[in-house]
Every structure is written in structure tokens, then in C-alpha cells.
Design a protein around this ligand. Structure first.
Ligand code: HEC
Length: 240
């Protein structure tokens, strides 16, 4: 039930989010990612074990997917001087570790006035789960925890266990459904397979010349993650 609701929210925000006068690019829907603590598992009724907030897994993808579009808070456009593409830049300006309510970005995502709220109207606000998660992260000291969960092992490269989670966390926000950026759909196996077998996906994540570096506006994937995608591609991009 919860998942269905979140799915609807994604669809709605994908249609509505047109803030920041995007050029040809696509608004990013809320990224629910594949994390195991969507901010609601301390509330009872949910059996998922809470392993604590992991910045790279739980927090960064929300910013990348919702704030870094063209014209917004990426390294080029720096709207209002804010850049939300890495731990260093997210915590750099008017950010109070340990105190969400004193932190400007938290005030912006919870502002009731659609004119001041971020993401700007008519984009949909972040979901309550995402806002709760960001509040908790800041209030717990805004730790820069990365490499959480199972460590990356480049010898493991199945679609279900390795490739899909990478796409869900780092790419799906801008590459799903009818509004996928450049028509590249990365939330289905077929879409990922096509983009992989035509070479584009690997070129973009390796940041090769002549293609746009992906994830757009975000940090490069780790060497291990890139190796997993390369090995999966070389083995035929199977649905395994
Ligand atoms: C914040 C939004 C955003 C995220 C996140 C993102 N992309 Fe993109 N992607 C875009 C946009 C916008 C374009 C079109 C860029 C252009 O035309 O220069 C694009 C284009 C692409 C293309 C087509 C490139 C070409 O030259 O044809 C591929 C492949 C791609 N992205 C893969 C990925 C992968 C893989 C990830 C995750 C690792 C990812 N993207 C994450 C916004 C994003």
C-alpha cells in the first residue's frame, strides 16, 4: 500500500515538476531509492531493520534527483549560491550540523509558501518520508557516511543484486517513464539493457568525451560500481 502511494507520488511529481526553467532536460521525480530506512521505519508497522542513515545511499540521491536540474543547484548554475551535488557542497552554506530547524535548506523544503518552497512550485514538494529523513540526518549531526551496507565487490555483477540498485539510486530520478531524460529509460530492465548495449550508458558513467557525464550534476560512480556495469555489459547484459 505504502509502495503504491509512493509510486503515485513519483508519477505526479514527474508530471508536475518543471521548476527552474529546465531546457530540454527532464524534471526529476522524488527518488525513493532502494534504501532500507525510508524515514518511516521507526514509526512502527514496518519490520525493516533500521541500519542508520547513510549519506551516500539515503540522502545524496534525494538532492541529486530533485535539486540539481539545469538552472538549479548544480555546479554550473549554482542557484542562490547553493550546490547540492556532494557532501561538501550540501553542508557548505547556512547549514547547521545537529540542528535542522536552523538549517536553510531544511527551512526551504518545509516552507508552506509554494513561492519559497523548494523544490519550487509547480514542482511537487519532497515527500514526508524524504523530509523526515533529511531532518533526522541533520539532527544526528549530518554525518558523511558512505559505503554503507554490503561493500561493493566488482566480481558481483548481476542485474537484480548490483546493477538495478545502482540505477535506482543514481539514475532513475531523471530517467524513468515517459519523461525520461533524452528518452533513456533506466527504471526497467529493457531500458537499461538497451542503453548499455548501444554503448551510451558506459560512456556517460565513465565520463568519456562527447557525451554528457552521468549522473548529471552528481559525483562519478565509484570505480567498483563502474566495473560492475562494465562486467555485466561484457557478459551480455543479462536479466539475472
Ligand atoms: C539529475 C538528472 C539526471 C541524473 C541523476 C542522471 N541523468 Fe542521465 N541524463 C540527464 C539529462 C538531462 C540528459 C540529457 C543530457 C544531454 O542531452 O546533454 C541525460 C542523458 C543521459 C544519457 C544519454 C546520453 C547521450 O549522449 O545520448 C544516458 C545514457 C544517461 N543519461 C545515463 C545516465 C545514468 C547511467 C545515470 C546514473 C548513473 C544518469 N544518467 C543519471 C539527466 C540525469
Amino acid at each position: 500500500m505504502k509502495l503504491i502511494k509512493i509510486g503515485t507520488a513519483i508519477a505526479v511529481s514527474a508530471i508536475m515538476a518543471i521548476a527552474c526553467q529546465h531546457k530540454a532536460n527532464t524534471p526529476a521525480p522524488a527518488n525513493t531509492g532502494s534504501n532500507n530506512n525510508g524515514g518511516n521505519n521507526n514509526n512502527g508497522g514496518n519490520n525493516t531493520v533500521d541500519t542508520g542513515i547513510c549519506f551516500s545511499r539515503d540522502i545524496l540521491p534525494i538532492f541529486i534527483a530533485n535539486c540539481t536540474q539545469s538552472g538549479c543547484h548544480n555546479a554550473t548554475d549554482k542557484a542562490d549560491g547553493y550546490v547540492f551535488t556532494s557532501y561538501e557542497t550540501i553542508t557548505a552554506k547556512e547549514f547547521v550540523k545537529g540542528n535542522a530547524s536552523e538549517t536553510k535548506l531544511y527551512k526551504a523544503i518545509t516552507d508552506n509558501d509554494p513561492k519559497d518552497r523548494m523544490p519550487q512550485a509547480p514542482a511537487a514538494p519532497l515527500t514526508n518520508a524524504q523530509i523526515t529523513l533529511i531532518a533526522r540526518w541533520i539532527n544526528e549531526g549530518a554525518n558523511n557516511k558512505t559505503n554503507c551496507g554490503t561493500p561493493c565487490d566488482s566480481n558481483n555483477f548481476t542485474y537484480s543484486a548490483n546493477i538495478k540498485p545502482i540505477m535506482d539510486t543514481y539514475c532513475k530520478g531523471c530517467h524513468s517513464g515517459a519523461s525520461a531524460s533524452k528518452g533513456v529509460v533506466l527504471d526497467t530492465y529493457d531500458g537499461v539493457k538497451n542503453a548499455t548495449l548501444n554503448g551510451k550508458l558506459l560512456q556517460t558513467i565513465r565520463h568519456e568525451a562527447g557525451v554528457s557525464a552521468m549522473p548529471s550534476g552528481g559525483a562519478k560512480l565509484s570505480t567498483c560500481q563502474i566495473a560492475q556495469v562494465q562486467k555485466w555489459a561484457a557478459a551480455g547484459a543479462l536479466n539475472n
